[in-house]
Ligand binder design. Sequence first.
Ligand code: NAD
Ligand code: DAU
Length: 332
Amino acid sequence: MKILVTGGAGFIGSNFVRLILSKYPDYEVVNLDLLTYAGNLENLRDAEQNERYRFMRGDIRDEAIVNEVMAGMDAVVNFAAESHVDRSIGGPADFIQTDVFGTFVLLEAARRHGVSRYLQISTDEVYGSIEDGTFTEEDRLEPSSPYSASKAGGDMQVMAYHTTYGLPTLITRSSNNFGPYQYPEKIIPLFITNAMEGKELPLYGDGMNVRDWIYVADNCEGVDTVLHRGEPGQIYNIGGGNEKTNLYITKKILEILGKPESMIRPVADRLGHDFRYSIDCSKVKALGWEPAHNFEEALQETVNWYLDNRWWWEKIKSGEFAQYYQRQYGEK
Ligand code: NAD
Ligand code: DAU
């Protein structure tokens, strides 16, 4: 199988490319990535020598390049997106451009080239916040942020291309991922690396917002399950079943690193901050997938990875991220 992975130089995409290359010895992967601030070729250094892997720098909004790389592909897995909620609040335009228009460009090319699988990587955030209970794939979309609205816009187009043109589409909506190679703007890597650097941990509001955490390897296995066994036209939620408050996560990170809770700095809440995400994953489980990692063990492994790979994140934190952090949190 020849798979076009878009956004494969980002956090989840790079973990997915690594999984596919090691799990399927006869598969070929082309990785199309624009290398925005979040894209990093160092995430896939180990794949560079693999003859079955090819990287191409390019924009999913660029029709010419997308058509060029789509030729001869059996499947497309679209991870490419602007992915950070806080950045979408500060400046939504890129989110609409990439997550909505970029998805359209990919769908058109997939239709033209007759690919046999188009898998859109979406998010549990498209359902919005839920106080009690869990969302199934049938629930209506009620996104709260420019980010989640742009992802919902992508999903709507994917569904329309299935209904109108019969494109064999699939959508996965996963919960919050964590693990190696996650850009340190997201809460878990930000708090691990800040604690390691002796910086405060900026916790939004009262810290009681809830997210369902999934180890990135489990999400990648879920995406692979849907890619191979999912039914065209269907949507699959992929969650870890680990609903935790942000305060719990923060204290756990400090405990693992042996740092004091006085490093927590309560800061102003995120605008439109969703209180809780929760998804029902029985549909993907019926395909034979289950998360394999225990949350506490996977968090410990993740902390170990950031301890062992300072070379990876120190470069990021002193680069583009430094200005972003100053703007966002008002300090260096
Ligand atoms: P990320 O920000 O780490 O990576 C995104 C990648 O997309 C980067 O490599 C970037 O260079 C690339 N990209 C951005 N715009 C592009 C464009 N116009 N053309 C080509 N490439 C472009 O994101 P992530 O956390 O790995 O998320 C990957 C996908 O999973 C996204 O679609 C996101 O919405 C979704 N998702 C993420 C999470 C999570 O917890 N991180 C959870 C659910 C869903
Ligand atoms: O639910 C899936 C989504 O998870 C993905 O679709 C997004 O791409 C991904 O970024 C993530 O979105 P969140 O907004 O949930 O993740 P983030 O790490 O930004 O924030 C997690 C929680 O932690 C959220 O309630 C806000 C809070 N937070 C975050 C940061 C960065 C803080 O309290 N302080 C912080 O500095």
